[in-house]
Design a protein around this ligand. Structure first.
Ligand code: FES
Length: 87
């Protein structure tokens, strides 16, 4: 697997994926090198615009574009970081 040449999603980009009813009241914390923790969202859209219900109070949204479970973080960012470190 090769890391894509895409910049990680910013907080504003993650907010744009949150359902409109939750955008103003949700809290987003982007973890450097990892997911964005989103609190209070009802749903988050994937890259195709399909909304996925947020079934927990806090959900991890993929910012690295590598998750196989988008929009959710599946931990792949850890593998990509390890590969970059090992060369
Ligand atoms: S942030 Fe992309 S898989 Fe975790």
């Amino acid at each position: 697997m090769t890391a894509p040449a895409r910049e990680p999603l910013t907080e504003d980009e993650v907010r744009s994926l949150v359902d409109r009813g939750s955008q103003d009241r949700c809290a987003i914390e982007v973890i450097e090198g990892g997911p964005a923790l989103v609190r209070g969202a009802a749903a988050v859209a994937d890259g195709d615009g399909v909304e996925h219900p947020a079934c927990r109070p806090v959900v991890g949204v993929c910012t690295c574009h590598l998750s196989q479970r988008a929009p959710w973080c599946d931990g792949t960012h850890k593998v990509a970081a390890a590969r970059l470190r090992s060369g």
